[in-house]
Design a protein around this ligand. Sequence first.
Ligand SMILES: C[S@@+](CC[C@H](N)C(=O)[O-])C[C@H]1O[C@@H](n2cnc3c(N)ncnc32)[C@H](O)[C@@H]1O
Length: 98
Amino acid sequence: MTMTFPLMERDFKVVILALSDCKSVFEGLGSIVEVGGGTGTVAQIISEAFPHLKYTMLDLPYVVANLTGRENLNYVGGDMFQAIPPSDAVLMKHLDDS
Ligand SMILES: C[S@@+](CC[C@H](N)C(=O)[O-])C[C@H]1O[C@@H](n2cnc3c(N)ncnc32)[C@H](O)[C@@H]1O
């Protein structure tokens, strides 16, 4: 429980920034891949806010195994050091576990 709140708080701050100050960045894209998205919180909020955007979230296979996507949100299991799905932009946030 003590680990969950700080992660959710960071996600919340990034999403607020994305949906306010940086909205035009997402409006100009057709596709985006988020690398190491973890629980998919950011992926869900941004993909819902920008339904035109083809959103792919890449994380290790066991992390995405039980995540369910929707029309414009696709979860992909893989290793970013092996391959990253092609897209107009790549989003990375806090990939260091330390
Ligand atoms: C500290 S978590 C951060 C999750 C999310 N980006 C956030 O900011 O809350 C790091 C994430 O990177 C993922 N990750 C680590 N190594 C990876 C790799 N080689 N390929 C893809 N994802 C990786 C982990 O599975 C984990 O979900």
